[in-house]
Design a protein around this ligand. Structure first.
Ligand code: IPM
Ligand code: MN
Length: 346
């Protein structure tokens, strides 16, 4: 019989509230014969204040035992900036080799966008997740003096670039429009730019049915606003991906609906699914947070584990719920979760 052994990390702020709704919908969508086991972990600001720890080796060993991880949000104003980001989130992405950071953007009917009209937005960004300037390869000399020098080296390996480019080609080929855009800055970042462009062009030869294009990252920010319909799948490095996926979320309904997966496609380690939004301490505990991004992250989780039908049901439920939302009075976090749970079960 089938089973899902899930690690649940509610985290800080609204993380607790949105994860509860994500689990509610997950339980509702799974067929009877799938056994769902969950184990909650207390990572985040409280644990950090109590023990000084963010994520230990023992924690990683415990998390490794799970099929997947559902994360709410980590971060609190009481913890210095960067401590939990690097000590928890990035540490986990690197330890579990989450090299595919998957961030879909789809503008659903009834969802407001700051763009003019109601453009067709349906693309997915495949952001590299373990290299680039995120590796901590840098340093400072003459710190604190007027002559301080800081370097932050962007690490790009042929191995790391090829595997994420291949993943993106496969995803593009599986979509109706079969188009893949490489976003980089190869006119200025000549070394990394050459590596990315060269590997992209080589792998492209194995996918003759996938249309390819190359766009500089600065130009891509223009097109994401003026012609978002031109994108189908985008592949890019860790930092460019970080930046353009915030823009992508902003044009396609905002962070209330932006989902993401930190994926290890080989399944050697569990993948982690999380809403793109943060812990929003200003509205925490008030039942105001929209759990939709977490629910959509649960759909990504199910798809990763091979439950495509269940993932589709969640996506359809969210689309229907958002369509009906227009003009209705605002609902609480748990009211939205309840409505989605009813829809996926029905
Ligand atoms: C994200 C976040 C993280 C990132 C931070 C919190 C380290 O912005 O998931 O996009 O830069 O990747
Ligand atoms: Mn980000």
């Amino acid at each position: 019989s089938r089973s899902i052994n899930l690690a649940v990390i509610p985290g800080d702020g609204i993380g607790q509230e949105v994860v509860a709704e994500g689990l509610k919908v997950l339980s509702a969508v799974l067929p009877q014969d799938v056994k769902l086991e969950t184990k909650e972990y207390d990572f985040g600001a409280r644990r950090y204040h109590a023990t000084g720890e963010t994520l230990t080796d023992a924690d990683l060993d415990a998390l490794k035992q799970h099929d997947a991880i559902l994360l709410g949000a980590i971060g609190d104003p009481s913890v210095p900036s960067g401590v939990l980001e690097r000590g928890f989130l990035l540490k986990l992405r690197f330890a579990f080799d989450h090299h595919v950071n998957l961030r879909p953007s789809k503008l659903l009917p009834g969802v407001a966008t700051p763009l003019a009209g109601q453009p067709e937005i349906d693309f997915v960004v495949v952001r590299e997740g373990t290299e680039g300037p995120y590796t901590g390869n840098g340093g400072t000399i003459r710190k604190g003096t007027p002559h301080e020098v800081a370097t932050e080296v962007s690490v790009n390996t042929a191995y790391g670039v090829e595997r994420v480019v291949r993943d993106a080609f496969a995803r593009a080929q599986a979509r109706p429009r079969k188009k893949l855009t490489l976003v980089h800055k190869n006119n200025v970042l000549a070394f990394a730019g050459h590596l990315w462009t060269n590997i992209f062009n080589q792998v492209a030869q194995e996918y003759p049915d996938v249309t390819t294009e190359y766009i500089h990252v600065d130009a891509a920010t223009i097109y994401l606003v003026t012609q978002p319909e031109r994108f189908d799948v985008i592949v890019t490095d860790n930092l460019f991906g970080d930046i353009i996926t915030d823009l992508a979320a902003a044009v396609s309904g905002g962070i209330g609906v932006a989902a993401s997966g930190n994926i290890n496609p080989s399944r050697e380690f569990p993948s982690m699914f999380e809403p793109v939004h943060g812990s929003a301490p200003d509205i925490a505990g008030q039942g105001k947070a929209d759990p939709t991004a977490t629910v959509l992250s649960v759909a990504l989780l199910l798809r990763h584990l091979g439950y495509d039908g269940e993932a589709d049901r969640i996506d359809e439920a969210v689309a229907a719920d958002l369509t009906e939302r227009a003009g209705q009075p605002a609902r609480s976090t748990s009211e939205i979760g309840d409505a989605l749970a009813v829809r996926v079960a029905g």
